[in-house]
Design a protein around this ligand. Structure first.
Ligand SMILES: [Ca+2]
Length: 221
């Protein structure tokens, strides 16, 4: 029984999130944020530089804090994840993730899952927190107007945000499709070569002769 428990424990440790063929399309992209904490490097791209050692920090004492990444074009966004600062947890509570087609949507974008909530000191909010979106969008915005002040001894959470990296697991539209983003649009046998390719690979206008199904990938008998 002990041996079995060790095996299960090891398996859990080794299991990575099931992202399928989704890719992080945020890394290296353009980013902006509502304000900067003085004495910090004023670079919103610190949260999309691929390193958890570099972080962003909006200014304390200001309402409506936001941080936003522009992926440059629309993607099917499956999931958004945040690597928080591990030593500073009290600004995690109250953040909401949004996607949008145009910039600076703050609270008017499409919400990705539930607001990130927990204890005001953030002690029960995971260092790496994810939200599922499953929506098409170009921008991802993290937003908070939650006051975490006095949530711990002598620390001011304010309405600021601080985190080190945001990853956006997404599928490239008109290139790949499927529940795991692992099917190629060009492999379909659509009747019209210019047929668009949504996330279920629909061939608008039907299939070439000898092929069937919505995405025209199965041969007729
Ligand atoms: Ca970083």
């Amino acid at each position: 029984m002990i041996y079995y428990s060790i095996i299960v424990y090891f398996f859990i440790l080794q299991t990575k999130p099931a992202f399928g063929a989704f890719e992080n399309v945020a890394v290296g992209k353009t980013a902006d944020q509502s304000s900067y904490l003085s004495n910090w490097i004023k670079n919103a791209t610190n949260a999309v530089d691929g390193s958890i050692a570099t972080c962003i920090h909006t200014d304390v004492g200001k309402d409506n804090s936001w941080w936003e990444v522009d992926m440059g074009k629309e993607y099917f966004i499956h999931q958004v994840g945040i690597y928080f600062r591990t030593g500073w947890k009290w600004r995690r509570n109250g953040i909401q993730v949004y996607t949008s087609m145009s910039p600076r949507q703050t609270v008017t974008g499409q919400p990705c899952g539930e607001q990130i909530t927990g204890n005001m000191d953030g002690s029960d909010i995971a260092d790496v927190t994810t939200r599922t979106c499953d929506v098409t969008g170009r921008y991802v915005t993290l937003y908070t107007n939650t006051l975490n002040k006095d949530s711990c001894n002598a620390c001011d959470g304010g309405k600021a945000m601080d985190f080190c990296e945001v990853f956006v697991m997404a599928c490239e539209l008109n290139v790949k499709y499927g529940p795991n983003c692992n099917k190629m649009c060009n492999d379909r046998k659509c009747a019209t070569k210019t047929s668009s390719c949504d996330m279920i690979g629909t061939c608008i206008g039907g299939c070439q002769a000898g092929w069937k199904n919505t995405d025209c990938t199965e041969e007729q008998n």
